[in-house]
Design a binder for this molecule. Structure first.
Ligand SMILES: C[S@@+](CC[C@H](N)C(=O)[O-])C[C@H]1O[C@@H](n2cnc3c(N)ncnc32)[C@H](O)[C@@H]1O
Length: 229
């Protein structure tokens, strides 16, 4: 479906397809930010797993999509990142979040998927490490452990990630991250989110995918997990 005016509705299946980054008349995050998250995803998660007044945290909030959606829904929100593009984002490494243990009601995170996007010159950016290296998952596991520390028991974390296929090599980034997350969290559900607007979504790339017998990435994983202990 490519309906440009997708209705803002709570999704009822595990397949989510949002043709545009934003909904409504006001921006949520900045759709020019490389790797910006579709605002619909965060809206849906906040509807299901939070209530008014809850504290929502995004440890890698980039252009602040989580901040804008959460504020509009009357949630408290704190967004961190190493790359500061707006004044309400706090500079902090996601592996060391300046919050108390068991103090947060919900965490959303859309981390780097590999070293495919340059977010900043900060050497601590995890997006400088290829997902072909174990180190990438070791660093994301440190982030997962930190999220587990700050989340209140029984509260939910949701993590968006995609696989990689470059230079004829497939890396199951989603599965490899999931194995790390399972050490800390119990799975609530797994959503598949249709990808739109990535740079390879052009005629020439679709042609190459058919001619050279490979697939373009068509979806991302959205892991929904819970802190149980
Ligand atoms: C996919 S983008 C997030 C996009 C964001 N959700 C939005 O809608 O604009 C990933 C972000 O992770 C940040 N990042 C990478 N390594 C980080 C780290 N160690 N600590 C905090 N942020 C980090 C990058 O700067 C980038 O903004």
């Amino acid at each position: 479906m490519n309906n440009k005016k997708k209705e803002l509705i709570i999704e009822s299946t595990t397949l989510w397809d949002f043709p545009t980054q934003n909904y409504g008349n006001k921006p949520h995050g900045n759709n020019k930010y490389n790797g910006v998250t579709p605002a619909f995803i965060i809206w849906n998660l906040l509807q299901r797993y939070t209530k008014e007044g809850d504290l929502v945290v995004d440890p890698m909030c980039g252009s602040g999509t989580t901040i804008d959606v959460a504020k509009e829904l009357n949630r408290e929100v704190i967004g961190y990142d190493l790359n500061i593009v707006r004044p309400d984002v706090i500079k902090s490494d996601a592996r060391k979040i300046p919050l108390e243990n068991n103090s947060v009601d919900f965490v959303f995170i859309d981390s780097p998927y590999s070293d495919n996007i340059k977010y900043s010159d900060d050497s601590k950016c995890i997006g400088k490490i290829s997902c072909e290296k174990i180190e990438f998952f070791d660093e994301l596991e440190k982030v997962a452990k930190e999220i587990h520390r700050i989340l209140k028991p029984k509260k939910v974390i949701s993590w968006l990630i995609a696989d990689q296929w470059i230079k004829r090599k497939f890396t199951p980034t989603g599965f490899l991250l999931y194995q790390r997350l399972e050490k800390y969290f119990e799975t609530v559900d797994l959503i598949s989110v249709t990808r739109h607007n990535q740079t390879s979504n052009t005629g020439i790339w679709h042609y190459r995918a058919r001619k050279f017998n490979f697939y373009l990435r068509g979806f991302k994983y959205l892991f929904i997990m819970k802190k149980v202990k």
